[in-house]
Design a protein. Sequence first.
Length: 229
Amino acid sequence: MQFNTFPSPKPLHAALTDKITGLLKQAIANQGQASLVVPGGSTPVALFNQLSIVPLPWSKVIVTLSDERWVEDSHTDSNAKLVKDNLLINLASKASFLPLKQSGATVSAAAQTANKQLSQQPTFDVTLLGMGDDGHIASLFPGSQALQSGLDLASQEASIAVTPLLSNHARISLTLARLLNSHQLILFFRGKTKHAVFRRASQDGDMLSLPVTAIIKQDRTPLTIYWAP
């Protein structure tokens, strides 16, 4: 695990843009295409904007989400809308997008449809994750009924339906097993509060109380951390 610290968001975004760009270029050179998993939320917006102007063969890149809310794509809380408005623009508008919110009358049915779609995708090339103040990753929240199944490394499910304890929307989340089925994991967060959460998880964290622990303490997939105050 490599921990990269930056004095402010601007140099963090620059370094992370270079890192992601290099990994995507390498994947395209090696296999003719690349895949990028991204989180929602406000933290990655500036990074998305910066990535969108990078001169890559974006038509060979597939972008998907680590999690999604059970809302319409036009809803302000939709992660798909966030990605389309901030990443899949400019040069990156040529990239393909694989949404997690698939057809289905319920969030559980949609998660099963997403599973079928994701099963056709090989190992992700780059998986970018955020972290909540409560230590959640993707939509694997402490206290949720779906947490144990979502953290099960033996799970054959790529995505699951999640009902968070403190949210207005049900969600679809990639499972830990599918997140780790990546060539490179990048954990990206900001602020002293989240740094303290990360430190706790690294030292004596339990993945049921701090799910990010499952990413930090695993040894399946290379992990790089990017942090700024």
